[in-house]
Design a protein around this ligand. Structure first.
Ligand SMILES: CSC[C@@H](O)[C@@H](O)C(=O)COP(=O)(O)O
Ligand SMILES: [Zn+2]
Length: 239
């Protein structure tokens, strides 16, 4: 029974999808050296990678399956432990109703947290901000991604070219799971963000589905790399 939870010929089945995404993300330098990972909430269950493994070599049978409501594991591969990122993935699922959360160790993400820490791109060292770059339009307000205007007139959907993208930065801790409290606080404080940067560590980004989480992760990494190059050229991130 437990193995049937991860056996499917459908490439978009979460067990297959997580393995395929990690193989792809490895080529971007996002999940190398066992760092990073992907979790998908599908139906009543959450699919989670094991801890300390080469994410690019995972097989569907390596995955943990947790029942979302009860938080009970329906499938626990022998010997392995669930990813240390699990509490952080769950924070995105619980606080933003996300269906996919990606954690990268992107060097571009780390570099923008270091430049911000040095205060060389604006006074607030705990926020990455950038404006008037076309790729900003690839980022949703809060991981919603719809184009409607929410009740009460609060804009949702994606940011526009003339909007300033702001991503909160939290300080790294000795252990991944210790980041949960500050990550949750950042999600609460920044209702429009779909991501949180972890200083000297990487990025957590989520979406209403895998496609939105993936495309936002790609857009953010593009913006982080551009920001580093802009900094090198002495250009300001925010006009
Ligand atoms: C290179 S160790 C990286 C880990 O400490 C952590 O930051 C991470 O991203 C992956 O944790 P894991 O428990 O292996 O899924
Ligand atoms: Zn990490």
């Amino acid at each position: 029974m437990a193995d049937s939870l991860v056996h499917s010929s459908d490439p978009l089945h979460p067990a297959n999808h997580i393995c395929e995404l990690c193989r792809k993300f490895y080529t971007f330098g996002w999940v190398t050296g066992t760092g990073g990972g992907v979790s998908i909430r599908h139906g009543d269950n959450v699919f989670i990678a094991p801890s300390g493994v080469q994410k690019e070599l995972m097989q569907p049978t390596d995955l943990f399956v947790m029942e979302y409501e009860s938080k009970k594991y329906l499938r626990r591969p022998p010997v392995l432990k669930p990813s240390a990122c699990t509490p952080l993935f769950m924070a995105a699922f619980e606080k933003r109703n996300a269906r996919c959360c990606i954690h990268t160790h992107s060097q571009w993400a780390v570099l923008v947290t270091l430049i911000s820490e040095a205060g060389q791109q604006g006074a607030d060292r705990n926020v990455f901000s950038i404006s008037e770059i076309e790729q900003i339009k690839g980022i949703s307000r809060g991981g919603a991604g719809s184009d409607e205007i929410a009740e009460g007139g609060r804009k949702i959907g994606n940011l526009g070219y003339f909007d300033t993208l702001r991503i909160p930065i939290i300080e790294n801790m000795a252990h991944e799971e210790d980041l949960r409290e500050t990550l949750e606080a950042a999600i609460e404080e920044w209702p429009e963000t779909c991501a949180v940067l972890v200083r000297r560590h990487g990025l957590y980004v989520w979406g209403k589905d895998v496609a939105q989480a993936k495309t936002q992760c790609e857009s953010l990494d593009y913006l982080f790399q551009l920001a580093v190059e802009m900094h090198r050229l002495g250009l300001k991130w925010v006009k």
